[in-house]
Design a protein around this ligand. Sequence first.
Ligand SMILES: NC(=O)c1ccc[n+]([C@@H]2O[C@H](COP(=O)([O-])OP(=O)(O)OC[C@H]3O[C@@H](n4cnc5c(N)ncnc54)[C@H](OP(=O)(O)O)[C@@H]3O)[C@@H](O)[C@H]2O)c1
Length: 248
Amino acid sequence: MITGASSGIGREMARQLAADGTALVIVARSEERLTDLAKELGVEVQVMVADLSERPQVDWVAERLAASDKPIDLLVNNAGFGHTGEFADLDIDDESSVIDVNIQALSRLSHAAAAVMRERGHGGILNVSSVAAFAPSARSATYSATKAFVSSFTDGLHQELTPHGVHVSALCPGLTRTEFQERANYDTSGIPDALWQEADVVAAAGLAAVAKNKASVVTGAQNKVAAGFLKVAPGGVRRFATEKLNQK
Ligand SMILES: NC(=O)c1ccc[n+]([C@@H]2O[C@H](COP(=O)([O-])OP(=O)(O)OC[C@H]3O[C@@H](n4cnc5c(N)ncnc54)[C@H](OP(=O)(O)O)[C@@H]3O)[C@@H](O)[C@H]2O)c1
C-alpha cells in the first residue's frame, strides 16, 4: 500500500514495485490519476480514493491494512505536504491539515500495519520524512516539525518492530522534482540543478532502505552532507545557515 501514489515519489514507488510484479493498493484524493496509474501498471491494483486529512477516511484505509484477506506486506506512508510562509500569515485550518496528514494519518496507518505485521512476524513500513526533519525553519515551521515527528516516531517503531521481523525505515529526501514545491507555494527559482534529485531515484532509495531494514536513509550526497551538518551544528549556527538558504 502506497499513500500519495497519484504523483511524485509515491507514483514512482508504485511503478518500481509494479515492475517487480507486486500487487498494489494505491491511495490518494485524485481518483482519475489513480485509475490512470492503475491501468498503466499492469499488475493487480486496488484504488482507494481517500482524503487522509479526514479521520473517517483514514479509518477506512486502516481497515484495509488490518484485513487478513490479501494482507498488506508493505505500507508506504508517503502522502504529505506543507505550506511556505510565516505561520501567523498562513491559514490555521490549512496548517492543521498538514498535521492531520503528515502526522495523524501516518501514525494511525502505522498503528494498523504494525499490529498485523507484528502478529505475522514479517512486513515493512516505510515512512517518508525529509531533511527538513533536521532543520526547524522559518516560513516552514509546521512542515519541518511534522517531519521531525516522522523521523523520531519511525526510529522508535524501528526499535520496537525489528525484533518481530518487521522492517521500519524513514526516507529523508531533500529537494526532489515533484509537485510538492508548487503545492507548497515554494519559489524554487535560482536553486541550482545540483541540489535537485529526481523522484525515481528517491523512490528507489526508499524501497531499498526498507528492504534492508535501515532505520533511516538520507538520499543524495548533497543532502547527506546537509543532514550531517544540521544534526551536529549548534542551534545558532543551524539557524544562521537555514536563514541564509531561505533568503537565497
Ligand atoms: N519533493 C520534495 O522536495 C520532498 C522533499 C522531502 C520530502 N518530501 C516528501 O515526499 C512525500 C511525497 O511528496 P512528493 O514530493 O512526491 O509531492 P507530490 O508530487 O505533491 O505528491 C504528494 C502526494 O500526496 C498526496 N496527498 C496530499 N494530500 C493528501 C491528502 N489529504 N490525502 C491523501 N493524499 C494526499 C497527493 O495526492 P492527491 O493530491 O491526489 O491527494 C500526492 O499523491 C511527502 O511526504 C513530502 O513531504 C518531498
